[in-house]
Unconditional design. Structure first.
Length: 128
């Protein structure tokens, strides 16, 4: 069964649609960062080592277009912009929680099997 949504995209299953919206290297991390607080562009970039300003802008626009985040511009000089999860965006948090739990178990498994030299991760206490 094929489902059709915005922009005439065809999905073979709901998982494919989900990954299209929140998949990739940066989108889940952006959503995770916005889980508990509003952040400005610079705050997001500081928390995400390795992302370029151009890529962060692109990913934020895509998440905003999907209705997952809200971009609020304050009429100040210099302009201040804050990003936060929308109510719809908050519905993805259980998915991210499940990914975090699975990732923690995976890392524990890999570290206990002697592959710890190959894994580099952030401090878990800051991610949960």
């Amino acid at each position: 069964m094929t489902n059709e949504v915005k922009q005439n995209k065809h999905y073979q299953c709901p998982v494919e649609a989900t990954l299209n919206v929140i998949g990739g290297k940066w989108k889940p991390i952006i959503l995770w960062q916005l889980k508990t607080e509003k952040l400005r562009f610079s705050g997001l970039q500081q928390n995400m080592q390795g992302i370029s300003p151009k890529m962060l802008t692109k990913q934020l626009r895509e998440l905003e277009d999907a209705g997952l985040i809200l971009r609020k511009v304050y009429p100040e000089i210099p302009p201040r912009v804050e990003y936060s999860l929308t109510e719809f965006g908050k519905t993805v948090l259980p998915v991210l929680d499940a990914l975090c739990e699975w990732g923690s178990k995976y890392l524990e498994r890999e570290c206990s099997s002697g592959k710890s030299g190959e894994l580099k991760t952030a401090d878990f206490s800051t991610l949960q």
